[in-house]
Structures are given as structure tokens and as C-alpha cells.
Ligand binder design. Sequence first.
Ligand SMILES: [Mn+2]
Length: 270
Amino acid sequence: MDPPLYDTLILSDLHLGAETSRAGDALRMLKENRFRRLILLGDIFADLNFRRLTKEHWKFLGYIRKLSNPKRQVEVIWVEGNHDHGLAEVMSHLVGVRVYQEYVWEYCGLRHLAIHGHQFDRLHAHNLRLNYVGTLLYLQLQKLDAKGKPLARLIDRLNTRWLRLSSKVASGALFHARLRKVDRIFCGHTHEAMHAQRDRHRYYNAGGWTDAKATYITISAEEGVQIHEYHGRSDGRVSARELNEADSTLTELADEPGLLEDGEYENIVS
Ligand SMILES: [Mn+2]
């Protein structure tokens, strides 16, 4: 039996060029699915250093180029992320894909919008620096973790930070959805798949492809929006509703107006 034909498949945060990029898995996932439109929702590249791209990473790009051939009848859309910034134009020529800051389309009488999501994370530059410092700290603490459990405490704090980032992007995206009068808004950036709703606006995050949990989104008339977790060839699908229930705390946080202050971020480092 043929796999279902989706109207749209959305993939974000592959971070090609990073050692953690799961380009091989992402390529397998694309080959196992059928879709009319593919949205690469930002941060497909980790940075501008092409020398860091492995053979697997180039294979992924080769497949995107192949898909964007008009004969394939797949529309490939590239939405720029913060890591992709400045790179997107070069790649649009190399890979032959059009690049958007945000992409709007109509499907099943509903307005859809795809945007990477760093636009709703005003501290993202700050966060990147913090990530780096956080990683160094983490590596040091692995050696030193002993009495007082500093490592466990640090992880707790980092988790809290990511939770806040997820809710902040969700909150900003839902506000943007209202301004742009769209029913469904799709983001990446946080590397955490989730679904949230406010009034008639629905927000979906595609997650990412750098962690143990790799996720993507599909849209079809029959099944609506689904968030899938990739498990290799026998793909266990998780519906958006199931995921929403599992992540209900995040959904509630999304309505919280309060955000972490700059000082609180600093405290994590100190
Ligand atoms: Mn990003």
C-alpha cells in the first residue's frame, strides 16, 4: 500500500554542518513520505562553513535539489532561520529553491503561515552565547559532579530555560497569527515539537533533527495537522492531539505573558 499523499510536509532545524545533524535520518524520512509541498522551515544549516558538511549532508541537499525539479511536481519552499541568515540566498541558487522570510498559503479554506520563529525570541543572540557557555559548563560539571549535585541543578535550570523559550515562541507566534489573520501558524527554532491553541488560532512547532527525538509535521485534508516522531523505517506516528495532551503544561505556559528577564538568563551562567 502506498503511504498517504500529504499536502504539505514541514521540516526544521536540521543544522547541516553540525555533528549532531541527523541528515541521513531526515533523508530517509523524506524518501518514505509522499507530499505535494515541502517546507524547510529554517536552520537547515548550522552555519556558513560549508567545509563542515559531510557526505551525508551533501546527499540531503542533493535530494532537495532533485525534489525541486519541476518534473517531480513537488513545491519546495525554504524559509530562512537565524542560522541560515545570509546563507539562504546562496543556497537558493545552488539548490534551486525559493527563499522566504515567511510563507503564507491557503488550504482547505484555512490560512496557513510558516515562519522560523526566532522573530519571537528577542534574546536569541543572547541565547546562542548562553548555549555555548552552557555546553562548556556542562562538560566541566560532568567531570566534577559530586556533592550538592551541581550537574543535576544545572540541567534543571537549562530545562526551565528551554521550557520558557518554547512558551515564548508559542506566545509570539499566536500573536502573529492573529495579526496576520491566519488559522494555523508553523514554527521551528526551539527544537521542541509542540501544539498550542488560542481562540481560533493554532500553533505548531516542528521540533528539530539534532536530538534523540526527531520530529516533522504533515498536513492533509483527511488527518489535519500531525506531528510525527521519526523512529527509522517503522515510523510510529504521534498525532498532534496526543502530543498536545502530553505537553499540556507547555500549552498553558504559552498563555503566560511573563517572560524571563535578562538578569535571570545571566544567573544561569554565573
Ligand atoms: Mn533557529
